[in-house]
Design a protein around this ligand. Structure first.
Ligand code: HEC
Length: 123
């Protein structure tokens, strides 16, 4: 799963930040809490390409970024339709069933025509 990569990055950032200056708090029970600074990879939060992007921006960004969706391995239209249905059934995305095809088509197209990297930087 894609997010496993983020865990490794977070663990690496955690380890590196251990070498930097930290805030230390010792609890009454003797547990030492260290503040950590980690950098997570960022990618565009919203889908670009209005007005076609508006339904996806309304329903697909509640739980994760558009960049996360667009950096998945390449899928064809039928796979994107299944993916969108999975978001509805498994995770509770409130997208109406009548919009599944439209969103799947938009994402299938957008995933093959990603915006330039400079446009994906987190704002
Ligand atoms: C209610 C929350 C929610 C909404 C809304 C939502 N998703 Fe997801 N999505 C998730 C969760 C949870 C995961 C799994 C994340 C993980 O594995 O770390 C996920 C993962 C994904 C993945 C990665 C592959 C996978 O199956 O795990 C894609 C692609 C994706 N979502 C697309 C979409 C699209 C397109 C929409 C809009 C139609 C959408 N999501 C809306 C919760 C949501």
């Amino acid at each position: 799963m894609k997010h496993r990569k983020y865990l490794y990055l977070a663990a690496a950032a955690f380890a590196i930040s251990g070498c930097m200056k930290q805030t230390l708090i010792t609890t009454p029970g003797g547990i030492v809490l260290r503040s950590q600074h980690i950098s997570l990879p960022s990618h565009g939060r919203e889908f670009s390409g209005a007005p076609e992007s508006s339904v996806a921006n309304t329903y697909c960004l509640m739980c994760h970024s558009g960049g996360m969706v667009l950096t998945q391995p390449p899928l064809d239209l039928a796979q994107w339709q299944n993916e969108v249905r999975k978001m509805i059934k498994v995770y509770g995305c409130p997208l109406p069933g009548s919009d599944v095809d439209q969103v799947a088509q938009f994402i299938a197209h957008a995933s093959q025509n990603p915006p330039p990297l400079s446009a994906r930087a987190e704002k």
